[in-house]
Ligand binder design. Structure first.
Ligand SMILES: C[S@@+](CC[C@H](N)C(=O)[O-])C[C@H]1O[C@@H](n2cnc3c(N)ncnc32)[C@H](O)[C@@H]1O
Length: 280
């Protein structure tokens, strides 16, 4: 029998569960997340450390920090703060944090080792560094449209190639263990977060399916358009992919239940999670 468990497309929730399974949060009070983005993981970690602890989320984007602070207020989480901070050169003292985390940050930077060194520097001896980074491409299959399947695969490859042209590795997750070992980190444990969105999966609510389709059909921001252009995807192909995704969303909105008969499936890029202890 299939259980009734509800599943969602919330990657941060899954990542927080993995971190909770790897790390003894009862020993953690000060947490720093570098490259925290909209703060979803930081807010969840604030729940894990509870009233006795505090989470500081750092990012270089004022815009996402504003969104993160708004989300924390909306969720009435008071033991998390967000601030400007560059992961390559953190303005924090040595050894002040029990746990330092990053997620999908190294995959947007060239200076991977510099960032890991900074993360280790601000972690106390015996504390934990946890790094969650991608290690592959998304894949998707739409049994009703070979063209959409082809364009989705091309878009993902172009994204990876576009970053590579800038010297940034979208598969950087695979390099993390060797870097951690070289820098003396001990007792490294590995897990993965990888999500499968089968549109017909009855454990997913229709709201969740709608959210996923909205994400897939949203317009690419100008910098991403330029990036995938450099990676080999023409503007015309991007437009066609977008139009097909919009049509899929419109079809869903007009008869949502029909999605339950669809074999459309999307697999996210696996996020490799490594957690290790900073030596005493
Ligand atoms: C792909 S997003 C990931 C956000 C979030 N950690 C998540 O998993 O959803 C990368 C984030 O890193 C931030 N970022 C990029 N370069 C940075 C740097 N040098 N220092 C700190 N944050 C940086 C970006 O502003 C962005 O919010």
């Amino acid at each position: 029998m299939i259980r009734e468990r509800r599943i969602t497309s919330d990657k941060s929730a899954e990542l927080a569960q993995v971190l909770e399974s790897l790390i003894d949060f009862s020993q953690v009070t000060q947490v720093v997340e570098v490259g925290c983005g909209r703060g979803r993981l930081a807010i969840r970690m604030a729940g894990l450390v509870g009233g006795r602890g505090h989470v500081l989320g750092l990012d270089t984007s004022k815009e996402v920090l504003g969104l993160a602070a708004r989300e924390a207020r909306a969720e009435r989480v008071s033991n998390v703060t967000f601030d400007l901070g560059d992961a390559r050169s953190l303005r924090l003292p040595d050894g002040g944090a029990d746990l330092v985390v990053c997620s999908s940050l190294l995959c947007s930077l060239k200076e991977v080792e510099t960032v890991v060194r900074e993360m280790l520097r601000i972690t106390r001896k015996g504390g934990v560094v946890a790094i969650a980074e991608p290690a592959g491409e998304q894949s998707c299959r739409d049994p009703d449209s070979r063209r959409f399947t082809y364009l989705s695969a091309k878009l993902n490859s172009a994204f990876v190639r576009g970053w590579k042209r800038r010297g940034v590795d979208q598969h950087v997750g695979l390099k993390v263990p060797e870097i951690l070992l070289r820098l003396g980190v001990k007792d490294i444990a590995a897990e993965a977060v990888c999500q499968v969105f089968l549109m017909s999966d009855l454990r997913r609510t229709l709201e969740d399916v709608e959210g996923q389709l909205r994400t897939e059909s949203s317009r690419l921001p100008a910098p991403t358009l330029a990036l995938v252009g450099r990676g080999g995807m023409t503007r015309k192909e991007v437009e066609q992919h977008h139009a097909m995704a919009r049509r899929k969303l419109a079809d869903f909105m007009s008869s949502p239940e029909e999605i339950r008969g669809s074999g459309y499936v999307r697999v996210t890029s696996p996020l490799l999670v490594f957690a290790g202890r900073v030596p005493e």
